[in-house]
Write a protein that binds this ligand. Structure first.
Ligand SMILES: [Fe+2]
Length: 155
């Protein structure tokens, strides 16, 4: 059976799939923080991490559907995410707000840098639709980095 799609699409799908793994992993980190954070700002952080989960799963949905639109086959189960994500594992034994903010910021920053690199690579592959998608995600992740960092109490 002839291949329906050109090699550039395969390369783009690999990149999008890699970021899908990271987005789904980071979304699980946000829920972990949502469930276990404690302290004075509990309610604010509890709701904040849940809103991040919603944002990240929304992005994951857009990425997965872009992969499908390009003819790729999406892999989004927990086992594939655990194997495929490049982000560090989230510490499950922490409870303090500062610990969660630090751990979450670290992975968020890593995703930010990976997305920026992907925007350039996908631009070279001349896929404007995927560039647009990754650029809008990259901008929102930049904003999240700022918002998460701003939760740290000034000393
Ligand atoms: Fe909840």
């Amino acid at each position: 059976m002839p291949k329906r799609f050109s090699p550039p699409n395969d390369d783009i799908c690999i990149i999008l799939q890699d970021r899908l793994y990271d987005l789904l992993a980071l979304a699980s980190h946000a829920k972990q923080a949502h469930w276990t954070v404690t302290g004075r700002n509990f309610l604010t952080l509890h709701e904040f991490f849940d809103s991040i989960f919603t944002t990240l799963t929304g992005f994951a949905d857009e990425l997965a559907e872009r992969i499908a639109a390009l003819g790729g086959h999406v892999k989004g189960t927990i086992k594939f995410v655990a194997k495929g994500s490049q982000l560090p594992e989230y510490p499950v034994d922490i409870t303090k707000a500062e610990q969660h903010i630090e751990a979450f910021s670290k992975a968020l920053f890593q995703l930010k840098m990976l997305l920026r690199g992907n925007v350039r690579t996908v631009a070279e592959l001349e896929d404007d639709g995927s560039v647009d998608l990754l650029t809008s995600m990259s901008r929102k992740i930049d904003e999240l980095c700022w918002m998460v960092g701003a939760q740290i109490e000034p000393r």
